[in-house]
Write a protein that binds this ligand. Structure first.
Ligand SMILES: Cc1cc2nc3c(=O)[nH]c(=O)nc-3n(C[C@H](O)[C@H](O)[C@H](O)COP(=O)(O)OP(=O)(O)OC[C@H]3O[C@@H](n4cnc5c(N)ncnc54)[C@H](O)[C@@H]3O)c2cc1C
Ligand SMILES: Cc1cc2nc3c(=O)[nH]c(=O)nc-3n(C[C@H](O)[C@H](O)[C@H](O)COP(=O)(O)O)c2cc1C
Length: 1030
């Protein structure tokens, strides 16, 4: 059925589907289950329902969230900071006007609450195809009648003259008083409307008197307590609810300034002014202003005296500004209609007057709709004539125009949706994604999702898709992106093969990809490029070439530059060319946002100190297992100035790590106590650093919400186990410091350091890479708080180690070969003399001082591409330097065990190993000799970099000397090469292998490159690269 004269018409099926999914995404994001199975299941269910019956239903919780959001999005309402407290009465079950009336009575009773007004919304059935609407005809649930007299005057409220006539046509007999409460006019399911008198005890009213003008009460004014708008349409997820009365509470100017004093309303201004003995003949006496003020004052006084909630415009304005600022932070904007928000009295004396506002439409929403009288199709023909003959009154015409303007504006400013997807292993991409989201929110709807929770098959639903992802382990996707990578690659393949079963086109999806990586790897940002290519293959439209950020060089800066370009491109193609606003937001990308300590507070927790393993598992979203230190053995000789430890860990519980040789162990280290105490000494205003606390942050509704970044714990625990204080502070942290230092000069310097990358780098270098504690010693006016530490300090990143054992040989143990990293603070290395303070790398330093039995939280990272060959007869060439020998120990232990068990194993290992000197760091020498004797190793070639009068030899040199053997094993006998160690060594070895291929295979450089790539593709050229140290 078409609904005549409808401004907000019936949604079409595609409209409903799109809006439904947008809303459901919003809802699941709100409840923190975005991307979960539950979310995907719900979307599927809605899609099916809409496709089968053109319709779906919202769950109760979805409806409640939708109603609250509609209030939150109501651009004309100044009282929205309470949006989250709205009580929602879900009455979609009713079928008659009597039930409607009962529900409204309940609503009014709840809202009035003996004067302590509570905000509420009652939602009646949604508009459905083939059925007629449920409507409340009144513009507000409680309104006063307006009776026109023959002389052309009005008794009562002139705003309601037309509606009073409708009530009279329906048989209502008004008392022709100034304040007669109109009956409710309700229609259900298309039937003609019925009248219901509101019980007098439900229409709470307040007689108006003045605190000093005794005569004021003689005016006989009164007003009702509950302002409940009842003629607007509530739109949510593509569904429309034409009857959804809602109320808040009054702001005093609405009654005192407008209802009583507007000339087209009760028009009391002159009466009041005259009773005040003001000269009403001369504007310059400001009689209007004075009378307005006193009438408003009288209303405020009367409501307060009667114990009925009322707001003054100054408080309302302050509270709205707070809400507005919160919304800017949380949602990147707050739609607001300045004309409506600024109060009619003393406008410029309120903060909202001076606030720039942007008005746009967000869904869910409360929208204007054509009045019930206009749209109703009467069954009683007489009534049709009586009521509809009054169709186009001036007021209605004005309403029409406002509606039309509103809808045009709605179309113009409807924000594009931007989806930001991140793939991350160690959290950087997520951080970048959140940063980008924060700034995009100024201009778009933004949704940030981890690839882990994203189904690649729903990409066609996106408008703008921005992907930020790292590459991990030789060109592979990071852990949380593996599933997404598989799905996307299958999707792309199906498009290439023409076997895709997705009907929707991807051509409307505009996308851009940014890759995080390290140039240390041959496969620099490979996964990001793969994603870009696959998206292009399925027909999505690339708006920008792939951005790349090298972790060794200005990664954050590269990201910012890319992000700026992308945002500019999106704006240009979305017709958003408001340059000022855009530039403002993009500059914000470079500058870190200010940290406001007032938004955070400490709350003592009733929890005990958390379980370390559980807490780390939650923080890092990775299941961790506790292992304990079984033994620690120095592998370098006593002559060595350095240290490499064989660390043996054993499982503490029944649950053991499941791994194979070649896998990595992820270690979650703790901070050194000395550093922890240095930071603790800098914290001020804290009762005890050993009390278990939680941090709360104020939200948009001015409610305090728990920050879940860290579990409830003491400051000491946080600083010991969770927070990274072992590195120089990031630019982001310096930006926070800048906001809280009490010294202007410090502020300026910290601001510059946080905003200028080169200055930051140079300063860190000059200060000898200071730790956070060093910085706090330099900038002494920074007030360090637990709130800042818990919410802004970085989280300790886990460290990877190549496992040096085989589970067949050591059932409940895992071995690590750890080189102790050390550096010298202050002056670094000078003339090869180590001066300054000795400091150790966080994790290796932690192992160094660890005692037997200490707990080590660990997890496993699979390295499929570094496992031993499946064909055990293939020759194996192992190349490593220093701790790069680590994974090979697992290989040969596996081989030894297999031989012991009599399994048919013919792998012959050839080892190329690099170290400094035979008497210093030839680690595992005895083990290697034994392996040679037992035949597990067929040869060992060691390169000593310091042996021959300073003439350096590296593994590459040994490889060259054995080049023919290497070539034959690799190419002619189908062998495997395993390379492990730092990036420089891996690069050198790769080049040497290319040379060997060229020489013995008599081929060009290009061909050699191709062969090496082929070996890689065949899973015969394996690299395990430790990355780059600082
Ligand atoms: C896949 C993979 C496998 C690995 N396998 C092994 C392995 O088997 N064995 C092994 O030993 N390592 C291995 N590593 C390296 C290991 O993960 C760690 O990076 C290494 O142990 C250093 O960690 P750390 O916490 O001790 O040092 P960090 O605290 O991370 O410091 C890194 C470097 O910076 C220096 N540094 C730290 N702070 C400062 C400062 N303020 N000023 C100047 N310099 C500073 C440190 O001395 C160190 O050299 C592997 C890495 C990867 C990615
Ligand atoms: C074990 C390991 C393997 C890596 N492999 C690659 C790689 O193959 N290609 C690349 O470009 N970067 C590689 N990197 C660098 C990461 O991509 C880089 O550190 C990135 O900033 C991490 O971002 P994330 O925290 O979002 O995961 C690797 C880093 C580590 C520690």
């Amino acid at each position: 059925m078409s609904v005549p004269g409808q401004f907000i018409g019936q949604n079409t099926t595609p409209d409903i589907l799109r809006s439904a999914i947008e809303f459901i995404d919003l809802y699941f994001q709100h409840i923190g289950l975005n991307g979960t199975n539950e979310h995907l299941q719900r979307v599927k269910c809605i899609e099916e329902s809409i496709s089968n019956i053109g319709w779906y239903d919202l769950s109760h919780d979805e409806l409640v969230f939708g109603a609250k959001s509609a209030w939150r999005n109501a651009a004309r309402c100044i009282g929205r900071q309470q949006w989250n407290t709205l009580e929602v009465f879900d009455r979609r079950d009713i079928s008659s006007t009597t039930e409607m009336f009962e529900a409204i009575c309940k609503h009014l009773k709840f809202a009035a609450n003996n004067g302590q007004i509570r905000s509420a919304m009652t939602v009646f059935p949604a508009r459905r195809k083939g059925q007629s609407d449920f409507r409340v005809w009144n513009s507000q649930l409680i309104r006063y009648a307006g009776y026109s007299t023959e002389e052309g005057a009005v008794i009562g409220d002139p705003a309601n003259v037309e509606f009073t006539k409708i009530c009279q046509s329906l048989g209502w007999k008004g008392k022709r008083g100034m304040f007669d409460v109109l009956p409710l006019v309700l229609s259900a399911n298309g039937n003609d409307p019925e009248l219901f008198e509101i019980p007098s005890d439900l229409a709470l009213q307040v007689p108006i008197s003045h605190p000093t003008f005794d005569w004021f009460s003689e005016l006989g004014l009164k007003w009702y307590a509950v302002p409940a708008v009842s003629d607007m349409l509530f739109e949510c997820g593509g569904l429309q609810f034409p009857a959804a009365p809602f109320n808040g509470w009054y702001m005093v100017t609405e009654i005192g300034t407008r209802d009583f004093c507007d000339t087209q309303r009760y028009n009391m201004l002159e009466t009041v002014a005259k009773r005040m003995n003001l000269d009403t003949t001369d504007n310059l006496s400001f009689w209007k202003d004075k009378a307005l003020l006193e009438t408003t004052l009288a209303v405020n006084h009367s409501f307060q005296a009667a114990g009925v909630t009322i707001w003054n415009h100054h408080t309302a304005s302050d509270s709205f500004i707070k809400h507005f600022e919160q919304e800017q932070k949380i949602r990147g904007g707050c739609p607001a209609d300045w004309v409506w928000i600024v109060p009619p009295l003393s406008g410029s004396a309120t903060k909202v007057f001076h606030q720039e506002m942007v008005n746009y439409h967000l869904s869910p929403s409360l929208d204007y709709q054509v009045s019930a009288a206009e749209s109703h199709e009467w069954q009683d023909a007489n009534m049709q004539i009586q009521v509809n003959s009054r169709r186009f009154t001036f007021k209605q015409l004005v309403t029409f125009i406002i509606c039309a303007q509103y809808l045009t504006m709605k179309a113009l400013v409807k924000r594009d949706r931007v989806s930001i997807l991140f793939g991350t292993e160690t959290g950087t991409s997520e951080k970048f994604a959140l940063k980008l989201a924060e700034f995009c929110r100024n201009l778009f709807y933004v949704e940030v999702t981890s690839m882990e929770h994203y189904d690649a098959r729903r990409i066609h639903r996106e408008h703008i898709l921005l992907i930020i992802t790292s590459t991990f382990g030789n060109g592979n996707p990071p852990e949380n992106a593996k599933n997404f990578a598989r799905q996307l690659s299958l999707l792309a393949k199906s498009y290439k093969d023409g076997t895709n079963d997705i009907k929707e086109s991807f051509s409307n999806v505009r996308f851009a990809v940014f890759g995080l990586g390290s140039r240390a790897y041959q496969t620099y940002c490979k996964f990001a490029h793969d994603v870009h290519q696959h998206l292009t293959e399925i027909g999505a439209y690339s708006i920008q070439k792939v951005g790349e950020g090298d972790e060794m060089c200005k990664q954050a800066e590269s990201f910012q530059i890319w992000a700026q370009e992308v945002v500019k491109t999106i704006c240009a193609t979305s017709g958003k060319d408001d340059k000022t606003k855009l530039l403002k937001s993009l500059n914000g990308m470079i500058k870190y946002p200010e940290w406001n300590p007032k938004e955070y507070r400490i709350v003592k927790s009733h929890h005990a100190e958390p379980n370390l393993i559980k807490s780390l598992s939650i923080i890092h979203q990775k299941k961790m297992t506790p292992y304990r230190l079984l033994s620690k053995e120095e592998l370098q000789s006593a002559k060595s100035s350095r240290s490499t430890l064989l660390i043996r860990l054993e499982s503490c519980e029944e649950t053991r790590l499941s791994y194979v040789p070649g896998d990595h162990i992820i270690v979650f280290p703790s901070n050194d106590n000395t550093q922890v105490n240095k930071i603790i000494r800098k914290i001020t205003k804290l009762d005890s650093i050993d009390d278990v606390i939680e941090i709360e942050q104020i939200d948009a509704g001015l409610n305090w919400k728990k920050c879940n970044r860290l579990p409830p714990c003491s400051v000491r625990t946080a600083l010991t186990h969770f927070i990274d204080i072992s590195a120089p502070p990031t630019q982001e942290l310096l930006a926070c410091f800048a906001t809280i230092t009490s010294d202007a000069a410090e502020k300026e310097i910290l601001q510059r350091l946080s905003n200028e990358f080169n200055l930051y780098k140079e300063t860190l270098k000059a200060l000898g890479d200071p730790l956070v504690s060093d910085i706090l010693n330099i900038f002494t006016n920074i007030t360090l708080s637990a709130q800042l530490i818990f919410t802004q300090f970085p989280i300790i990143k886990p460290r990877y180690y190549s496992i040096s054992s085989c589970p067949l040989a050591y059932k409940s143990e895992v071995h690590l070969t750890v080189t102790i990293q050390e550096h010298f603070h202050i002056n670094g290395l000078k003339n090869n003399e180590q001066i300054g303070k000795r400091r150790f790398g966080l994790c290796s330093g932690w192992f160094r001082q660890m005692k037997k039995g200490n707990i080590v939280p660990v997890a496993i990272k699979r390295s499929e591409e570094f496992h031993m060959p499946l064909n055990s007869s293939s020759p194996v060439i192992l190349i490593g330097a220093g701790a790069g020998i680590a994974p090979f120990r697992g290989f040969w232990q596996s081989e030894q065990k297999a031989r012991m068990l009599g399994e048919k194993c013919q792998s012959t290992f050839t080892l190329f190993f690099g170290c400094r000197h035979p008497d210093i760091d030839y680690i595992y020498k005895d083990e290697l000799l034994a392996l040679l004797l037992s035949g597990v190793l067929d040869s060992v070639h060691v390169a000593f970099s310091q042996k021959d009068n300073g003439r350096k030899r590296h593994v590459q040199r040994e490889l060259r000397e054995q080049s023919l053997t290497v070539y034959k094993k690799l190419i002619e006998k189908g062998g495997h090469v395993y390379v492990c160690g730092g990036t420089n060594m891996a690069r050198g070895v790769r080049q040497t292998l290319l040379d060997i291929l060229q020489i013995h295979g008599r081929m060009s450089t290009k061909k050699a490159e191709e062969i090496l790539q082929w070996l890689k593709d065949e899973n015969r050229y394996h690299e395990d690269i430790f990355g780059v140290s600082r």
